[in-house]
Design a protein around this ligand. Sequence first.
Ligand code: GAP
Length: 517
Amino acid sequence: MAQQEEVFKKIVSHCKEYGFVFPSSDIYDGLGAVYDYGQNGVELKNNIKQYWWQSMVLLHENIVGIDAAIFMHPTTWKASGHVDAFNDPLIDNRDSKKRYRADVLIEDQIAKYDDKIEKEVEKAAKRFKDQFNEEQYRATSPKVLELVEKRDALHKRFQEVMNAEGGIDLEGMKQIILDEEIVCPISGTRNWTDVRQFNLMFKTEMGAAAEGASTIYLRPETAQGIFVNYLNVQKTGRMKLPFGIAQIGKAFRNEIVARQFIFRMREFEQMEMQFFIKPGTELDWFAKWKETRMRWHQNLGFGAENYRFHDHDKLAHYANAATDIEFHMPFGFKEVEGIHSRTNFDLGQHAKYSGKKIEYFDPETNESYTPYVIETSIGVDRMFLSIMCHSYEEQQLPDGQTRTVLHLPAALAPVKLAVFPLTKKDGMPEKAQEIINDLRFHFNCKYEEKDQIGKRYRRMDAIGCPYCVTVDQQTLVDNTVTLRDRDTMEQRRVAISELRGIIEDKVSITSLLKNLL
Ligand code: GAP
């Protein structure tokens, strides 16, 4: 685990050093859990968004897109339940004055038991070597059994307070923290306040005070922009059920525990699709979207073993099925996407609060009803992080050197082709520019003439550029160049006229999309 943490730290600094992600307002020492995407980051991010958007809107005739405003009528958030229930339970340590999420403190305590169990098993494996029977050891070791019992009891208690009648049992939560003797990591003391609920929505004011300014919220999810536009899109697009509305946009949450770089941010981006269906068909559609979305992820070629579903045991009162798609990050399997069967809750609530009839007239059955919804909701930034984590490699080369390479899927890479003149003389720079001028309309190209070729290759490896081309003396004679592959580092001689044909298909989003059909 410690080794994985080291790797993660390196990925974070790599993101900064190579223009992928910078802390926001860096010259003022950053702003907590807010980040800016740099010159390479924005390209990768745009490619991720394009892959998602096209897989939804281009590949499905019954899915259309919208771009709703971030500011919405405040009643939206009353209707959706966010004003009353979008809360995190907080606790302060009086000595350090630090604030924590009480549920996270308890989750960390559960993880500590798990770590202790694994350490016991590792120790025994070392002690017994070939004789070691892990299954038997786990089932019989008094120490392991005691830890498992404590972990399970804590887990059960935690579930009970989280799912108490009428919402989270805040007193019960504090009692767990006291009983487990959880200390503040900064002060080391157990001098805790009570646990309080804290709403995660950012508030601001719209209009001048004299005109009667009203409090509005920065949207904490993009989904509500889709729900409030259901009627507009259904009517103007003459959409028939089942149909979907997709949207990509910013969302804002005043996260208390903002950890793991861009995994949990206060300003982030979501790609959400609400699929409107006939009531009663939701479980079939839920299964279908689970499968479709998992295929979208696995299509990137990171290996099926790095993904898993985490089906929710405890569902929100309006949901009748929910799952997360988790990806194997350096800090464990973590949620990247949620898929939820949300019944008719949201449309029903907006109908109630707006006083408008929000229904669908089904021409097949001649009846009107409120459609049910399957939602797929994925964070762009988490997707970005999962791609960076999986692609990053510090590779030992046969000649004893090392290189840092990003094995990004070619279709998502920020730069697709780098073109180098071997030297700055004899018309090589002009020839290299000529190649770029021809190919830049088809994919993103970069010209580099500084430093030796080896160093230029390394710089391109570090940003995940899949192809490099070198213009040399021979190019001037026969119009051929060396084409180098990022992953294999193999070089071959090809005609300039062949470059587009070789590269274009491999680096286009279309190549990814075709595998989804
Ligand atoms: N409309 C449903 C919804 O918003 P969610 O599980 O709260 O559901 C969906 O969020 C996705 O948005 C998550 O799977 C995650 O990828 C992303 N996300 C949520 N909070 C985030 C945060 N603070 N920072 C980055 N991404 C976040």
